[in-house]
Write a protein that binds this ligand. Sequence first.
Ligand SMILES: Nc1nc2c(ncn2[C@@H]2O[C@H](COP(=O)(O)OP(=O)(O)OP(=O)(O)O)[C@@H](O)[C@H]2O)c(=O)[nH]1
Length: 293
Amino acid sequence: MKDVYLFSGFLGSGKTTLLKTMISQMKDKGLKPAVFMNELGQMNMDSDAVEEGIPLKEILDGCICCSGSEKSEAQIQTLLAEEDFDVLLIETTGAAHPVEALDAIFSPLFAEQLNFKGIVTVADSKRWMDRNSLSPQIRSLFLEQIRHADLLLANKMDLLTEGQQATVVYEIQSLNPKAQIIQTIHAKIPFSALEKLSPLQNEEVVKAPVSKLNLNAKVLKFEAPVRRELFEEWLRALPDTVFRIKGYVPLEGDKYPHAFQFAYGMAQWLPEYMKMQNQIVIIGEGLEGVELP
Ligand SMILES: Nc1nc2c(ncn2[C@@H]2O[C@H](COP(=O)(O)OP(=O)(O)OP(=O)(O)O)[C@@H](O)[C@H]2O)c(=O)[nH]1
């Protein structure tokens, strides 16, 4: 039997960061991980986070959950048939309800092969503090991801004062008293915290209705390099219903586009990459009017 962990959490909360830490610790212990991830938007820069040699399957522009579960079953089946691994790490899109994503794992096809260990939710502590500014549907998803976790990471603690940290941990724990909660920076936890998980068997999963989400993903292509200040000005002016931006931005004066991330109002510039498409994916609500500068 292969252990399976499901990583959940809102857009930009730190799931891929957790994935990278877990992969490296597992390798140190001599375990072979495989990864299954999905993304909203037609490009997946997160797959770059998974080192070469690690079996990886992904579903782009879809959801492991609900309608996507047949496709997910097929991908997991291929992994099981073709790859040699001990542990399967599943990273769901930040727009997914974690319990819906369990459908594929609990398929009778895998009953003898997969040992589901639990849902690990990475909660963005800063966003938690501002949760009341989210639209009701998005807030409900954000809370559901926390409510259904078997292990909770109160992440991005570096962005909070000590007083805020204590409040956030108390409030998150009150929403889900059964899960262990760990305060983290860059989702750093020991792999043993995952290994300890053993969700109650046959526990009935009660899911609150998450009404239809209006989350969209939009790909914006750059025709020409932009001035960094102009791009950052554009970022500051975006509506706060833009939750996430990922992609490659060509900057004036630089030869190759820079990998770029934006989550919860914070931008992160990464090194230049050769041969990357000059485009970004932006994820949020009401993106109709959003165009590049
Ligand atoms: N300051 C701070 N930034 C963090 C922390 N953890 C992650 N980040 C940054 O937050 C951004 C999003 O992190 P990811 O790990 O890509 O988040 P994700 O949940 O995989 O994002 P999606 O796949 O888009 O849902 C990146 O720029 C990270 O470097 C943290 O503890 N503190």
